[in-house]
Ligand binder design. Structure first.
Ligand code: NDP
Ligand SMILES: O=C(O)C1=N[C@H](C(=O)O)C[C@H](O)C1
Length: 274
């Protein structure tokens, strides 16, 4: 039988960091090995359990990720793109699992994550929930079935007022699924912002609309709009623990995999769906 998987949570004081610490402490087969925050964070030195609102775990929050990674088996990372590329290099050095939920990564960040995945087992997804990943499969199927000449695709998302990137990672993931279904490149067909005299909608484009406000955890809809009818596929997140549960499932899944880059579709066995 496997010993408990030793995990590091980076961004320990964040919304997702605290949710992850709580879930790791409640999940048999997982152990919180270390909790990392940035230098100068008021969370440094605090017990990770107390920080997350659960009984003390005897793990003080540290700002030394390399030391934390050396004896660990995996790192769970919901931070920022700049921090994630640093953690990716360290996870590669330590040859461990790196689960990345961070969104807003640009091509330059993705290149560095790809390089790290030569040595680390990386699972990265804009959304770690089962529901959104299943939704992406359905979106791909719908986009395959509904022709671009008659059906316009729009992706709508809403998140809490603190979110810093747009469109959300999930919206982009769903847009990619729609583009794949259509057999086109999202980069060449997306319209991420509309303002002023835009002209009529271009046939075959995939539009994005972003709302921000309050405490909304994550609302996503993909609309297929035709003359006289609209098909809407949507997902509502009511609790951040669904993302954390997915990330922890990914860590356990990746434990015995070869170095490389994987997605939640691989973890959930949804990749073979046409
Ligand atoms: N893929 C998915 O399923 C999901 C993805 N996300 C994504 O996860 C990310 C985090 O979201 P959320 O938890 O809401 O954001 P928060 O801002 O609440 O948390 C991010 C945490 O990371 C910390 N951090 C930043 N840089 C470093 C560093 N160099 N070293 C250590 N800690 C660092 C921040 O510290 P400080 O505050 O001091 O900057 C903060 O505590 C976002 O990109 C979000 O979009 C969120 C939910 C689900
Ligand atoms: O920042 C968030 O909160 C979330 N981010 C992810 C995204 O960008 O899609 C996932 C989830 O919707 C919550």
């Amino acid at each position: 039988m496997n010993t408990p998987m030793k995990l590091v949570v980076v961004g320990a004081g964040g919304r997702m960091g605290k949710t992850l610490i709580r879930l790791i402490s409640e999940t048999p087969g997982l152990a919180l090995h270390a909790a990392v925050e940035r230098a100068g964070s008021p969370a440094l030195g605090r017990d990770a359990g107390e920080l997350a609102g659960v009984p003390a775990l005897g793990v003080p929050v540290t700002d030394d990720p390399l030391q934390a990674f050396l004896e660990a088996e995996g790192v769970i990372d919901f931070t920022s793109p700049a921090a994630t590329v640093e953690f990716a290099a360290l996870a590669a050095q330590a040859r461990i699992v790196h689960i990345i939920g961070t969104t807003g990564c640009l091509a330059e960040h993705e290149e560095k994550i790809d390089a790290a995945a030569r040595h680390a087992r990386v699972v990265k997804s804009g959304n770690m929930s089962l529901g959104v990943n299943l939704l992406s499969v359905l979106v791909k199927q719908a986009a395959q079935a509904l022709e671009a000449s008659g059906w316009d695709i729009e992706v709508l998302e809403m998140h809490h007022r603190h979110k810093v990137d747009a469109p959300s990672g999930t919206a982009l993931l769903l847009g990619e699924a729609a583009a794949e279904g259509r057999g086109v490149s999202l980069a060449e067909h997306s319209v991420r912002v509309r303002d002023g005299h835009t002209g009529a909608r271009e046939e075959g484009s995939i539009g994005f609309a972003t709302l921000r406000g309050g405490s909304v955890i994550g609302e996503h809809s993909v609309l297929f709009a035709s003359e006289g009818e609209i098909v809407t596929l949507s997902h509502s997140a009511a609790d951040r623990s669904l993302f954390a549960r997915g990330a922890l499932k990914a860590a356990v899944w990746a434990r015995d995999k070869k170095p490389g880059r994987y997605t939640m579709l691989d973890v959930l066995g949804l990749n073979s769906t046409p």
